[in-house]
Ligand binder design. Structure first.
Ligand code: ADP
Ligand code: MG
Length: 274
């Protein structure tokens, strides 16, 4: 099983779009996938047609210990499940403040139901912050996938994000590795996008192999800016259902293939934290 946190503390960089379409693409390739929505905005859930109306069990109840994951996940498409969130999840940050296990609630919830949770992939759509929900994702995950919009300040934000990853690796989850950086909202043919990509590659090349990002790759697939990707959520469809021939579908198909290509080295079971 692979557990991948799609994370970037900046909003609007393509986290949710990437999590949803990666999940949908992997499911279409025959992988069983569970997307865990950790953003109180619930956009990933809505994007896949899962609306948490009153009474729908959500991730909030998992964090508050009143439901188990199996009660919360819903089937959204063949091979694809979603554990939805809604605004209640915003309260979790506060409610967990004094809990001694606040950083490992999610991992414990997954471990407790792993027998009923035989997924090939669990993808976590993180909120745009480095708060307790994101820390829970990093503690429950084995891999981090970072969507990055190539602009001038992107590398600055990245170093903060990598520091957080290193901190979680030391304290909570020594198995955590940054698998890759996916360039999203990519403006083909612009100088800036090319420069940022080069800077990113040389930064990774110079990084110590012992860091959690020592073996990270910049995925070759670039997710170009494509209006169909922005339209698909309002039709509650992945890009593969909404516009299977558009550039967005082509780009996410390529990313899915790259993610599948690194299945071998990333499918080992998790070790417990030291
Ligand atoms: P995040 O989850 O990081 O906040 P989103 O995935 O929600 O980012 O993307 C932010 C906005 O940009 C959304 O309206 C989304 O539909 C749109 N968007 C994301 N990726 C693309 C893309 N490649 N082309 C066009 N619009 C995109
Ligand atoms: Mg989002």
């Amino acid at each position: 099983m692979r557990r991948i946190a799609v994370m970037n503390q900046k909003g609007g960089v393509g986290k949710t779009t990437t999590t949803v379409n990666l999940a949908a693409g992997l499911a279409r390739q025959g992988r069983s996938v569970c997307l865990i929505d950790l953003d109180p905005q619930g956009h990933a859930s809505l994007h896949l047609g899962v609306e948490a109306l009153g009474g729908t069990p959500t991730m909030y109840q998992v964090f508050s210990g009143t439901k188990i994951l199996d009660d919360v996940r819903q089937m959204a498409a063949p091979n694809l499940w979603v554990a939805p969130s809604d605004l209640d999840l915003a309260a979790t940050e506060l409610e967990l403040v004094d809990a001694s296990n606040r950083e490992i609630v999610l991992r414990e919830a997954i471990d407790a139901s792993v027998a009923n949770f035989p997924f090939d992939y669990i993808l976590f759509d993180c909120p745009p912050s480095l708060g307790v929900l994101t820390i829970n994702a990093l503690t429950a995950a084995r891999e981090v996938l970072i969507p990055l919009q190539p602009h001038f300040f992107a590398l600055q934000g990245l170093s903060k994000l990598l520091e957080t990853t290193a901190l979680v690796t030391r304290r909570l989850n020594r198995d955590l590795r940054v698998t890759g950086i996916a360039l999203c909202l990519f403006e083909t043919g612009t100088r800036l996008a090319a420069d940022v990509t080069d800077d990113l590659r040389s930064f990774l090349d110079q990084s110590d192999a012992d860091t959690p990002w020592g073996n990270a790759q910049v995925f070759d697939s670039r997710i170009r800016r494509n209006i169909k990707l922005a339209e698909a959520p309002s039709f509650a469809q992945s890009i593969f259902d909404y516009a299977p021939k558009c550039a967005g579908a082509v780009d996410y198909t390529a990313l899915v293939e790259e993610v599948i290509a690194c299945e071998e080295q990333n499918s080992q079971p998790l070790r417990q934290a030291a």
